[in-house]
Write a protein that binds this ligand. Sequence first.
Ligand SMILES: *Cc1c(COP(=O)(O)O)cnc(C)c1O
Length: 224
Amino acid sequence: MKVEENLKRIQDQIYEACSRSGREPEDINIVAVTKYVSTKRAEEALQAGLIHLGENRDSGLLSKWEELMDEPEWHFIGTLQSKKVKNIIDKVSYIHSLDRLSLAKEIHKRADKPVSCFVQVNVSGEDSKHGMPPQEVEGFIRSLNDYPNVKVVGLMTMAPHTDDEGFLRKCFRTLKGLQEKIHSLEISYAPCTELSMGMSNDYTIAIEEGATFIRIGSALVGND
Ligand SMILES: *Cc1c(COP(=O)(O)O)cnc(C)c1O
């Protein structure tokens, strides 16, 4: 399928999810996750009008960056080893996987201006997922005071792979509640207005629960 056709279908779904929940489609940013596909396919995504591209490894990001450079807004969405920060820091607009202080310290050290970061939260409690438990998020964000190049624009989660809609909703709702709480603290470096949640199989639910960045791979650009 052409990216353009997939995008059209997804946009219809976004539109419907927004009307069900009283939201505006303009408030939903689509991050096309290109980790499974070629640079050529990523280029097709840009031609279809997508702006945000997401990669989960530094190698994938760097190889696509060689050709596409800063034409897209790059999102780093995967687990990030501290030693890899220097490779990607001047190329990405967003990091979705901030989950520990040592990583914040490295981002602060390597960046020459504030970097938009999402704190990754493990809301479902599944131990196979990365991210910190919800109860640690506020303390973690307060401790970022020492690293002004880390700007907390929002929270991110990866929901478990399940068809249990009620459970997914509960996960997304928990993240939304936490985001509102952090936002209300009015911490200068943590506006925390954004929610990065929702993937190919759950993005409509995520939108109904408040997502502002949805990260879509398989359903948009494919996975082969
Ligand atoms: C791969 C990946 C996605 C996209 O997954 P799909 O199910 O293919 O849409 C989203 N977020 C993260 C963090 C990922 O690693």
